[in-house]
Design a protein. Structure first.
Length: 643
């Protein structure tokens, strides 16, 4: 679920993460529990004013709120006071009609603190899907700190009204009168609207549910645990509406924090509630048969942070928090089959240069891919595609933090990563007098006999072939058969389809697509052959002189019109921007023309860059004779022959 472009701060929203994982990067965390998530049919398209006289269109108000998020300056309130009052009244009634402890079935996306960072909230929806494309559970802290708490809470309440069984909001410690008076929301309401509006929002906050359970296995709350919690019924029995008391169960659920130092309960440095340690977490999980505690409440550098051997995770969704923390934001995703996964690939601001060179091979690369993505790398020769793939495979040492399935590729390399490059065919062993069957057995063909036989048929490979007697294309088929036999989770392909005939290449791409769709396997594919692959990728990335031109991959296929997000339009070739601006309908570019337009612009940019540095490709400087030229001119057989 990647974001497009930079956030309103300096941070970039991170995407799906796995609460728990085994060595393969995945774990089944339970059987689906009956919950309240239903098909996304809206319950209401309008709300009524507090006097019961006027009706307001909820869709129209959502449109105005979203439009307000794409302005460069903080606009006047997108909604009028009567509309806000009607939204608050409708939301309050829905919250009170639902339980204090919500029980949900996946799929659901879990979001941490947003704190009035409205543009980042919109980017989150762009990345994960605007409702009803995805189900959501927010963990609280919607207001304070940020500049647009009003727009943030209003949009969330509108979605709650429109999709009450698919969109859920829990209470955070900032959804409280005393806290909002100090940390900004009170002042924002007073400055932009009036005090009565603030009081109305507080009335809504006092009705918010407190906790949620996902799939009977994940306990979700804003803050943490409480020594006063002896049964889930204790949460269910919290009466609403209610303020937040100074101590006790509700206070702890909103304010407590985990601690690496504590074993049991300790005083909290915040001056409110407690810190709880490993023993408390283990006892809680065992008592209720949970696998994970998911909470927010705390800014963490990567947007998420695991505690106590991955039995607790903190999710924080406000990147570059308050403009002071250089943190990422994160969204946790729990899929329908309860398979939770870290981003398959996660790289931010990657720089790399070879030891023998002062110039960078990669300079400012960003790449975030979800599990199951099929990403096509597009770039000219020398743009850095091969270097990037080798870094993702852990084949080159780099100072940057390159995460594959949440693990550092150098310090704790994950299982299930396969890299296939063209240099394999240059190995002298590959051209020796060895049979194909020996090659396949050397990489465990006997262990994956069923998959091996399927690949032999797919790639039309004969086990009796002698490697020194077959063509380059046939050797490439053998390489692919060897590399794809063991089931992989991330496949990195560097031009390895270049030698294949059309039929084998087409069949191979069909096979890879099925692997991606059926197993959730991820593919990053660099190629210069665009024939027949228009429908293959789910995302595309443009590498330009060692840089990715967008912080996140572009979704493919593209459907563009005048309302397309500016971050996407900014990465398109100039000619296509002009086409979109002059067209009144949706424009969907083909892959080859898009790649060609990008590469033409890249060459112009490269030539301008080289010219600024006094570098020119091609012609030898007049009058300059190279030593090599003097030497080889003596053995110019063509010249001697023509004489």
């Amino acid at each position: 679920m990647p974001l497009a472009g930079k956030s309103s701060g300096a941070g970039v929203m991170r995407s799906h993460l796995a609460p728990t994982s085994d060595a393969s990067g995945e774990r089944i965390i339970g059987s689906p529990a009956p919950g309240v998530l239903a098909s996304a049919s809206p319950i209401s398209t309008s709300v009524t004013s507090s006097d019961g006289v006027k009706m307001f269109d909820i869709d129209e108000m959502i449109s105005r709120l979203i439009e307000a998020g794409y302005t460069s300056k903080i606009p006047k309130p997108a909604l009028k006071v009567p509309e806000i009052m009607a939204i608050c009244q409708a939301a309050r009634e829905i919250f009170l009609s639902q339980p204090t402890l919500i029980e949900l079935s996946p799929p659901v996306k879990i979001v941490g603190d947003t704190h009035g960072q409205y543009q980042d909230l919109l980017r989150l929806f762009e990345m994960c899907g605007f409702p009803p494309a995805a189900n959501y559970l927010f963990l609280g802290d919607y207001v304070d700190r940020g500049k647009q708490s009003l727009e943030t809470i209003l949009l969330l309440l509108c979605y709650k009204i429109k999709y009450p069984e698919n969109f859920f909001l829990l209470r955070g410690n900032h959804e409280c009168a005393n806290v909002t008076r100090v940390y900004g929301f009170y002042d924002e309401c007073k400055r932009r609207l009036n005090i009565k509006v603030w009081k109305t929002f507080i009335d809504v906050f006092n009705t918010l549910p407190i906790a949620a359970i996902v799939a009977s296995k994940i306990f979700c709350v804003h803050g943490g645990l409480s020594p006063s919690l002896s049964s889930m019924n204790d949460i269910r029995r919290i009466e609403r509406p209610t303020g937040v008391p100074d101590y006790g169960l509700l206070n702890d659920l909103l304010w407590s924090d985990p601690s690496d130092m504590a074993l049991d309960w300790e005083d909290n440095e915040r001056g409110v509630s407690y810190c709880f340690g490993k023993a408390v977490i283990q006892q809680f999980l065992a008592q209720y048969d949970f696998d994970l505690i998911c909470r927010a409440h705390m800014v963490v550098e990567d947007g998420y942070e695991f505690w106590n051997e991955r039995t607790l995770v903190t999710v924080f969704s406000a990147p570059n928090y308050c403009g002071e923390f250089d943190n990422f934001g994160a969204v946790m995703s729990v899929s329908e089959d309860l398979l939770s996964s870290l981003p398959a690939v996660e790289v931010h601001n990657l720089h790399y240069h070879f030891a023998s060179s002062t110039s960078s091979a990669l300079e400012g690369c960003d790449l975030v891919l979800e599990r199951g993505a099929r990403c096509l790398l597009i770039g000219a020769n020398g743009a850095g595609k091969s270097t990037l793939l080798r870094l993702l495979a852990g084949k080159r040492l780099c100072e940057a933090n390159i995460l594959v399935f949440g693990q550092d590729v150098f310090h704790s390399p994950p299982c299930g990563v396969t890299f296939l490059g063209t240099e394999w065919a240059m190995n002298p062993v590959v051209r020796s007098d060895i049979t194909v069957s020996d090659f396949l057995d050397s990489v465990g063909g006997f262990r994956f006999s069923e998959r091996r036989d399927m690949l032999l048929d797919l790639l039309d490979v004969d086990l009796s072939w002698k490697m020194h007697m077959i063509s380059d294309g046939e050797r490439r088929r053998v390489q692919l058969c060897m590399g794809l036999m063991a089931p992989w989770d991330l496949l990195l392909l560097d031009e390895v389809t270049v030698d294949l005939d059309v039929q084998v290449r087409c069949d191979l791409l069909d096979f890879l697509r099925k692997e991606s769709e059926m197993r959730g396997a991820t593919i990053v594919y660099a190629t210069h052959i665009f024939d027949g692959i228009h429908d293959f990728p789910t995302h595309i990335v443009h590498l330009q002189m060692g840089r990715t031109t967008s912080p996140l991959p572009l979704p493919w296929p593209l459907h563009l019109d005048a309302s397309t997000h500016p971050d996407i339009l900014a990465n398109l070739p100039k000619s296509m921007k002009e086409t979109i601006q002059s067209s009144s309908s949706t424009y969907s570019p083909a892959l080859l023309p898009l790649a060609l337009a990008w590469l033409r612009e890249d060459r112009v940019l490269r030539e301008q860059y080289e010219q600024s540095r006094g570098v020119k490709r091609g012609r030898i400087v007049s009058g300059e004779t190279k030593d090599a030229k003097k030497f080889f001119s003596q053995y110019d057989y063509y010249s001697n022959y023509t004489r």
